[in-house]
Design a protein around this ligand. Structure first.
Ligand code: F6P
Length: 547
């Protein structure tokens, strides 16, 4: 059964939220904290190794209660059941959405077209495990009998971002294999990567769900040509493996069918790192750690499936995001992890969130009359503090921000970690409280600044504060907690898609550019520019002239 098709803006809760917003838009978080010493206790959630403090938001208990009513009115509970049970919720592609099945326990039963898919999932997991072990232990060797030292993942979008993010995030748990990622069709990217690789000891993992993606096929072709300068055609079988649903195309490319790791059309690219798309993660950190990543994700799945909405982390974070997006008119959200290991989290979630919820047609086929997908951006703290925090603190835009930090560092360097975390806590406090004119003037007085200078500088040094933040404080960055964290954001995406009445699991919006690129490529190759708008014509002619 499909998801419901309720236009959220027509619900009672939405109308009430609108009215509620008319007072809340002027609410001061500082005052709300001052008037209620139990505010933080009321607005935090603790689950496993996670503490989620959402008290620094422009909300009251009434706001939460109205947002929860909105979730009820759009039948979120029923939608969650459909999502986990494999209903065709991706209607425009006629598919179930079952990345959660990839991390479900072996005893689970998840039916697709009446067939339990869990045995197949575990068969592929066994294949990933055996293959990873053989490569890591050096039992499987390259064409000259040497053990592999390097692994190159060739893929793009969901076939790149997830594995690249997770390999970076779990660097602390890594083994001796060097894992590289080639994604862009930019020839400089692939050439830059291969120039220092040794074909005798490099394994290529070609990841493409469809095996039709221009970037991945071109890069694989270039890499194969490079490889064949040192090796023979039959050696390709030893050095190239593929992850795909399209076995025929993989075989045509010349990859041995035994070296193909299957995936399924019920796994969306941007949610696929839990499948064989995560092979390079398993190679980098070992299958046990890969499995722990899956386990952590499954624990969050269970929390999401079973917790009441008012204690349900993905639900609460999704509702808060709807509050800012649809009532305050906030256009973007920032994600600031306080660990360098998560430097690829924001780019990864950009695809997850923006490709999923960047839609403007409702599930009923009509244009939506409200805002949908938020713009996602971010960089690790403290680097980001020295880059764009100025705008979050004193700019004109409201940017709800998630701060993600860890109680324990991985190398045990407390001096650094305490400095890092003092920034983590200080930023959300500063964004909440800001700095008043009195405080600014008192500081000037303390250091004997002349009154003229003080008068001039004071307005620039005032911080309004009242900037909303969520704080996710997690015990330690481990494969399990990373799995839970990613799964949390996946479910946040789902909840928002349900509320916004859009199809979160298709991505028609990336097709038009691809089609045009193909016809423009023909024009570039032939040198014959066809009819375009005058701007595109001018640019193409200039490019061809200067080439
Ligand atoms: O960018 C569009 C997209 O279809 C993504 O959704 C997907 O992750 C990516 O391209 C790569 O597709 P494939 O795995 O089929 O090569």
């Amino acid at each position: 059964m499909a998801l419901g098709k309720t236009n959220p803006s027509g619900t009672v809760a939405w109308q009430k939220l609108r009215e509620h917003f008319t007072t809340m838009q002027y609410a001061s978080m500082q005052e709300m904290f001052a008037n209620d010493s139990s505010r933080a206790a009321k607005f935090n959630l603790q689950w496993n190794d996670f503490l989620v403090d959402y008290s620094k938001n422009i909300i009251t208990e009434e706001t939460i209660s109205l947002l929860l009513s909105l979730a009820e009115e759009v039948n979120l509970k029923e939608a969650i059941a459909k999502y986990f049970e494999g209903d065709i919720i991706n209607e425009t592609e006629n598919r179930a959405v079952l990345h959660t099945a990839l991390r479900a326990p072996e005893s689970s039963v998840v039916l697709v077209d009446g067939q339990n898919v869990i045995p197949e999932v575990y068969e592929v997991k066994e294949k990933i495990k055996a293959f990873s072990q053989e490569i890591i232990n050096g039992e499987r060797k390259g064409f000259t009998g040497k053990a592999f030292t390097d692994v190159v993942n060739i893929g793009i979008g969901g076939s790149d971002l997830g594995p690249a993010m997770a390999v970076e995030a779990l660097q602390f748990y890594k083994n001796h294999l060097n894992v590289h990622f080639i994604s862009n069709v930019d020839g400089d990217h692939v050439n830059e990567k291969i120039k220092n690789l040794n074909p005798e000891t490099t394994l290529f993992v070609v990841v493409s769900k469809t095996f039709t993606t221009q970037e991945t096929l071109s890069n694989s072709e270039t890499v194969r040509k490079w490889f064949l300068k040192s090796a023979k055609q039959e050696d390709v079988a030893k050095h190239f493996v593929a992850v795909s649903t399209n076995i025929q195309k993989v075989t045509e490319f010349g990859i041995n069918p035994d070296n193909v790791f299957p995936m399924w059309d019920w796994v969306g690219g941007r949610f696929s790192l839990w499948s064989a798309v995560g092979l390079s993660i398993s190679l980098a950190v070992g299958f046990d750690n890969f499995n722990k990543l899956l386990k952590g994700a499954n624990e969050m799945d269970e929390h999401f499936k079973t917790a009441e909405f008012n204690t349900n982390i993905p639900v609460v974070l999704a509702l808060l995001s709807v509050w800012y997006n649809n009532f305050f008119g906030a256009e973007s959200e920032a994600l600031i992890p306080y660990t360098q290991y998560l430097q690829k989290l924001a780019p990864y979630l950009q695809q997850g969130i923006m490709e999923s919820n960047g839609k403007s047609v409702g599930r009923d086929g009509n244009p939506v009359n409200y805002q949908t997908g938020t713009i996602i951006w971010g960089e690790p703290g403290t680097n980001s503090q020295h880059a764009f925090f100025q705008l979050i603190h004193q700019g004109t835009k409201l940017i709800p921000t998630d701060f993600i930090g860890f109680v324990k560092p991985l190398y045990g360097d407390e001096d650094h970690h305490n400095k890092l975390m003092s920034n983590f806590f200080a930023q959300t406090e500063a964004l909440l409280n800001g700095k008043t004119e009195d405080q600014v003037r008192a500081e000037f007085t303390k250091v004997n600044v002349s009154s003229g200078t003080a008068d001039f500088l004071t307005p620039f040094k005032i911080f309004q504060g009242n900037k909303p933040t969520n704080t996710l404080l997690i015990q330690k960055l481990t494969p399990e907690t990373l799995g839970s964290l990613i799964s949390l954001y996946e479910h946040k995406i789902f909840v928002q898609g349900v509320i916004w009445n859009i199809f979160s699991y298709d991505q028609w919006g990336v097709e038009l550019g691809k089609q045009l690129a193909n016809s423009i490529l023909e024009e570039i190759n032939s040198g014959v520019v066809k009819a375009h708008d005058s701007s595109t014509t001018l640019l193409l002619r200039y490019f061809l002239d200067k080439q």
